[in-house]
Design a protein around this ligand. Structure first.
Ligand code: FES
Length: 157
């Protein structure tokens, strides 16, 4: 099987290996490292990770599909994950989602045609005290309202 992941991926894994009791325990960091290279986790990347770790690709997918931080389909340059759990909902998260759907002309779960934005709902981000909250790629944005969200989105190139 031709390799898709870079030498940097394998170097990174070699560095991490001594810190984990088994190679299987490397699965989450391997998924994270792979996604940072490819932006999402296509089946051939999951197969390569499985081969490296020594498990079946279905087991890799089983784990990757459990965690929402792993992308099983391509995402846009800016990936918005708006928490719609209780605390955020009570403070207007649904309106934020609806606002983004209208602004981007997409439904939640979709990516804009120019591949700039992907919009998703997310479960509790652990930022209930500063609800409503969302993640923009790897960063938290808290105490959101429509005007703050618009300002942020307009500032993204
Ligand atoms: S409910 Fe939204 S961060 Fe906890």
């Amino acid at each position: 099987m031709a390799k898709i992941l870079s030498q940097k991926f394998y170097d990174e894994m070699k560095k991490l290996e001594p810190r984990y009791p088994t190679k299987v325990a490397l699965l989450l960091p391997a998924l994270h490292q792979a996604q940072s290279e490819t932006g999402w986790l296509p089946p051939d990347v999951m197969a390569e990770i499985g081969e490296y770790i020594g498990i079946h690709p279905a087991q890799v997918k089983e784990v990757a599909s459990f965690y929402t931080m792993y992308n099983l389909k391509p995402v846009g340059k800016y990936h918005l994950k708006i928490c719609t759990n209780v605390a955020c909902c009570l403070r207007g998260a649904d309106e934020l989602v609806e606002h983004c759907e209208k602004k981007f002309g997409i439904q939640c779960g979709d990516t804009t045609a120019d591949k700039k934005f992907t919009l998703m709902e997310e479960e509790c981000l652990g930022a209930c005290g500063t609800a409503p909250a969302m993640m923009l790629n790897d960063d938290y944005v808290e105490n959101l309202d429509i005007s703050k969200l618009d300002k942020l989105l307009d500032s993204l190139k």
